[in-house]
Write a protein that binds this ligand. Sequence first.
Ligand SMILES: *[C@@H]1O[C@H](CO)[C@@H](O)[C@H](O)[C@H]1NC(C)=O
Length: 238
Amino acid sequence: MKSFLATAFVLLSGFTLLADAHISFRYPCPRRGAYSECPQPGPGQWEMIDYDIRSPIGTHGNIVSPMCKHPSSFDGTRPVFAAGQTYQANMDIGAYHKGGSCQWTLSYDNGTTWVVIQDNLLTCMADASNGVQYKMPFKIPAGAPSGKAILNLMWNNNEGNRELYSSCADVVISGTNGGSLSGVAPLIANYGPNSPFIQEQALAGGDYGQAYFAARKPITVTVPATPAKRSLFGRRHN
Ligand SMILES: *[C@@H]1O[C@H](CO)[C@@H](O)[C@H](O)[C@H]1NC(C)=O
């Protein structure tokens, strides 16, 4: 009996876990995810691993986590993405919710401001399925300045609870030394009662929040040039 109950509990918690699990980056590595190929916790950081990395950051009723979920990654090497190039992200999909709207955004100031670099509205991950890894291309804009940045995939699902997801990877952009990046600031919908509300797409007769996406405000961020090494370290004595 005891082992039957134990089995039932394991099955039940497995089910709960599955029901809670939706989507995350797997490549590039999401902050503090549990993927073996990603940066690992240092000594004393094991409790910081996020085994629920695929869960949303909030619903329209409730903010659960801050944007990006975590303030930083474990120490490790950041992937370098070149301006003008296209890369394949690998998504870890628990539940795909009939897809949704993706806004790919970059921040050069540690998450204070975000610029949308790519939209995949309405059909983002719509041809995925539950429990798969799924490849999606994203392009770093030509002319993007060099620097450490956060790549944040924001996703509003088409079906199910009205949620916002934010999957963040710490990356390095290789582009121009100093410059600016222009685009629109992302729509942050279904993230607490004060945010815009996007209905389930089927229930809304196809409306996926077009008017909100269309009303996003232009934004330009500026990244200062990195001085040549000589000026950082002073004159060489040799
Ligand atoms: C970035 O912001 C987070 C808070 O969101 C903070 O904990 C962290 O120290 C900041 N990182 C840097 C490099 O400033």
